[in-house]
Design a protein around this ligand. Structure first.
Ligand SMILES: Nc1nc2c(c(=O)[nH]1)N[C@H]1C(S)=C(S)[C@@H](COP(=O)(O)OP(=O)(O)OC[C@H]3O[C@@H](n4cnc5c(=O)[nH]c(N)nc54)[C@H](O)[C@@H]3O)O[C@H]1N2
Ligand SMILES: Nc1nc2c(c(=O)[nH]1)N[C@H]1C(S)=C(S)[C@@H](COP(=O)(O)OP(=O)(O)OC[C@H]3O[C@@H](n4cnc5c(=O)[nH]c(N)nc54)[C@H](O)[C@@H]3O)O[C@H]1N2
Ligand code: SF4
Ligand SMILES: [Mo]
Length: 716
């Protein structure tokens, strides 16, 4: 048998007639692992595989999603032509017809209702060039103030906290290379083992070198397994937990007085506030035993070096930005920042989660992290864009608030690029209703996503295999994704789509780009002098130097590995500490008799976000083909639920049905459901519309729910 197989493989090998290699970067997470697609042409067919290639961040590694990344762009369901909805069915049309249709609708809606009747919804999975161009497209081509993007649901809390505390927001203050040498690590609300798997060796090395690792998560995950101490808090109680740790640090005198004196404002107020808090109340809010808070604080205080990492567990709360600020209070109080092996990392989510939040897709932002309400900033960008400052719109509203304006009828048309808000936004039943009210919805996507299905027009967009451009990874390292796989059918790059629409709207002079590099060169000028300054970065340098960490202010600037060594980015050079309340201003869901369990949401290793891409991949969907509810067996027993059984979960917003999955590692008062599935499995049907007032982040990580055994059992 083995003989026969070997012979078969040898024959197969001989039949490979040509092999082509395409360089690119993974379409998924913020690690942006460099990879190659290997295409082998055999006598009758082509085969594909993906392999990792060396680079400073992922060092050649790929996770299971990366290895199978080619399966979705090569899938038969890929959209290859513009599709117009006629009598409820999508029909193929030409680009000429599509552009004409857009022009007619844009003109009609804006003439009738004003420029702001159109909105733009963007993404952090597009390139820097495209994110930049989308911001310019909204303000210059459509002249609307309404633009925001999916990063609002992702990085906004961490970004707002870092901007307030440090004066600037770059996810990591240090390069990854320092992690193995730090002595104490706090992982708060992050599941890196499943969400950024190729980062793990940095943390595993730290552990081998003796680092003490503290994980903060309501459940056991592949990440908490590497921790020495796991604080299994109640969902939504991170701000209070951080106060508990701060209180111990103050009580036991672990403070770095000199650092605080010289480099920090606001510390006295924090001391005073924390002194007024009581441990037993913090214990009650968090569900974490006091001894464990002591242990965490002592380890973090005693060790000479330390780092704190936060992700969506802490951040996707109605006080997410304040909770992150409180973790930064811990870091500052012991002076563990701005020096080797000490620092902070907001673990960025999407592939370009960092770059796409810097160049003007946000409602209140202009390129280079400039502010749309700052006169000087407006003058500078108006000059780069060759328009009058008075013609530059003012700030708009956040992603979910835009959807509310659609529901209210104030926004009547939407241009959406690279996102699936019908599934990913909170209060999904409401969101769907809002989208159904739109007079005009254009979606640029690779597939008929749940949102694209609601569109009047779908435009076929290219993927990470075809679309060249820069992506700024988890470290703040700008990388060049060199993609050259040919576009099939009538697929176009997102930047080409924007330029062509601008052209039919009579704005050609502002959008006459013929390559991503040309756009990047304009972005360099637009970001010059801003916080996120890319002006010293060129495609040529990115090829030679394998990525550059911003800020990079001139062609001879090597980029910035470690931030805040001598000063923070506020004008006086100091960091800012502020007291953070144990309780959010916008109250979180409380468990009641009617809804007696906490629900939290998140991810699994093999799927990505709303699953439009990974559910198309045979290898990935085989690993998890449906959603599930993780539940403690003791809780399940109480509700008469057995393992692997269909369960109804209900909140005051809606209900879903998913299969139960027993786990001894989750808090008994909490259930967990991933958000990679749609329709009757869409967990966002249960999530409230309440937002963090500081950054407009929804509270995805805590709802109050009731559960009951399978609908089937009760209805048959
Ligand atoms: N496989 C995979 N990888 C991904 C993605 C994906 O969809 N799939 N998405 C990418 C993107 S865009 C993002 S933003 C990142 C997200 O990366 P993460 O933020 O790491 O992922 P999540 O699973 O959403 O949440 C992390 C952890 O927070 C915990 N948690 C829940 N509630 C709380 C709480 O109240 N407090 C604390 N401390 N923890 C809590 C959850 O149990 C979970 O283990 O991952 C990126 N990588
Ligand atoms: N309950 C709950 N909800 C959440 C979260 C949570 O933890 N819990 N996390 C939130 C977070 S962190 C995030 S980032 C959001 C993400 O939510 P979404 O923005 O909805 O993300 P995706 O599912 O990736 O949708 C991307 C869409 O763009 C398409 N696409 C992919 N690449 C391209 C491209 O290059 N060009 C174009 N034009 N289209 C492309 C894909 O096919 C897909 O339809 O979800 C948020 N929602
Ligand atoms: S999903 Fe993230 S870790 Fe996995 S290969 Fe892609 S970029 Fe790398
Ligand atoms: Mo995200």
């Amino acid at each position: 048998m083995t003989e026969m197989l070997l012979k078969y493989f040898r024959e197969q090998q001989k039949q490979v007639e040509t092999e082509r290699i395409y360089n690119t970067q993974c379409p998924y997470c913020s690690m942006q692992c460099k990879m190659q697609l290997v295409e082998q042409t055999h006598v009758k067919r082509k085969t594909y595989k993906t392999i990792g290639t060396d680079n400073p961040t992922s060092q050649g590694r790929l996770c299971i999603k990366g290895m199978n990344a080619h399966q979705h762009p090569l899938h038969k369901d890929r959209i290859q032509y513009p599709l117009l909805k006629v009598n409820g069915e999508f029909v193929k049309i030409s680009w000429k017809e599509a552009l004409h249709y857009i022009k007619e609708n844009v003109t009609e809606i804006q003439e009738k209702n004003g420029a702001d009747a159109l909105g733009v919804y963007g993404s952090a999975s597009i390139t820097n060039e495209e994110a930049y161009l989308l911001g310019k497209f909204a303000r210059v081509a459509l002249k609307t103030k309404y633009i925001d993007y999916n990063g609002r649901l992702c990085m906004s809390a961490a970004a707002s906290a870092a901007s307030k505390t440090f004066g600037m927001d770059r996810g990591f203050t240090n390069s990854l290379q320092e992690i193995p040498f730090t002595e104490c690590i706090m992982l708060a609300g992050t599941n890196i083992a499943e969400c950024q798997p190729t980062i793990m060796p940095y943390f595993e090395k730290a552990k081998e070198n003796g680092a003490f690792i503290i994980a903060i998560d309501p459940r056991e995950t592949a990440t908490t397994k590497i921790a020495d101490l796991h604080l299994k808090l109640k969902p939504g109680s991170d701000a209070a937990l951080a106060n508990g740790i701060l209180k111990v640090l103050i009580e036991e005198n672990y403070l770095d007085e000199r650092f605080l004196q010289e480099r920090v404002n606001g510390f006295e107020e924090v001391i005073q506030y924390v002194a007024s808090l009581e441990f037993n109340i913090i214990e009650e809010i968090t569900g974490v035993p006091l001894e464990e808070m002591y242990q965490a604080a002592r380890m973090f205080g005693q060790r000479k070096t330390g780092m704190i990492f936060t992700a969506r567990g802490v951040e996707q709360q109605t006080d997410g930005s304040a909770a992150v600020q409180n973790f930064l209070n811990i870091l500052l109080s012991v002076g563990k920042i701005g020096k080797p092996r000490c620092g902070y990392g907001a673990i960025t989510g999407q592939g370009n989660g960092q770059g796409a939040r810097e160049h003007g897709q946000k409602a209140d932002q202009l390129p280079g992290y400039r502010s749309i309400e700052n006169h000087e900033h407006r003058m500078y960008i108006a000059d780069v864009w060759n328009i009058e400052e008075k013609d530059l719109p003012r700030k708009g509203v956040s992603a979910y608030e835009m959807i509310e304006k659609i529901h209210d009828g104030e926004i009547k048309g939407l241009f959406l690029m690279c996102s699936n808000p019908a599934v990913s936004n909170p209060n999904a039943n409401f969101v769907k209703k809002a989208f159904e009210k739109l007079e005009f919805l254009v979606v640029a996507d690779m597939f008929e996503s749940e949102t694209a299905k609601l569109a009047n027009l779908i435009l076929p967009a290219s993927s990470y295999l075809e679309d060249e451009g820069t992506m700024t990874n988890i470290e703040g390292r700008v990388t060049l994704r060199e993609a050259s796989f040919p576009c099939h059918g009538e697929i176009k790059h997102d930047w080409e789509i924007l330029c062509e629409i601008a052209k039919v709207l009579g704005k050609e002079e502002h959008f006459s780009f013929s390559s991503a590099e040309e756009i990047f060169n304009e972005l360099r000028i637009a970001s010059k002098g801003g916080i996120a300054d890319y002006s010293g970065i060129t495609y040529e340098r990115l090829r030679e130097e394998k990525g550059i960490l911003w800020p990079c202010r001139s062609l001879t600037d090597k980029g910035t590995e470690r931030l805040f060594e001598t000063r923070f980015a506020h004008s006086d050079g100091k960091a800012m500490m502020v007291p953070v309340s144990n309780q959010a201003i916008v109250p979180k869901a409380k468990i009641t008799e009617k809804y007696p369990l906490y629900l939290t949401t998140g991810r699994v290793m093999s799927h990505y976000l709303t699953g439009v891409q990974t559910r198309k991949s045979a290898s990935l969907s085989a690993r998890n083909f449906e959603s599930f509810m993780e539940i403690h067996p003791s809780t399940a027993k109480k509700y008469e639920i057995s393992n692997q059984e269909l369960v109804q979960i209900e909140s005051s917003y809606g209900r879903i049905v998913v299969r139960s999955k027993f786990s001894e590692g989750i808090r008994p008062d909490t259930v967990f459901v991933p958000f990679h599935w749609a329709d009757s499995q869409n967990v966002n049907n249960l999530v409230s519309e309440k937002l963090d007032p500081a950054c407009k982040m929804p509270g995805f990580k805590v709802s109050a729910v009731n559960i009951s055994p399978s609908v089937k059992r009760s209805s048959y």
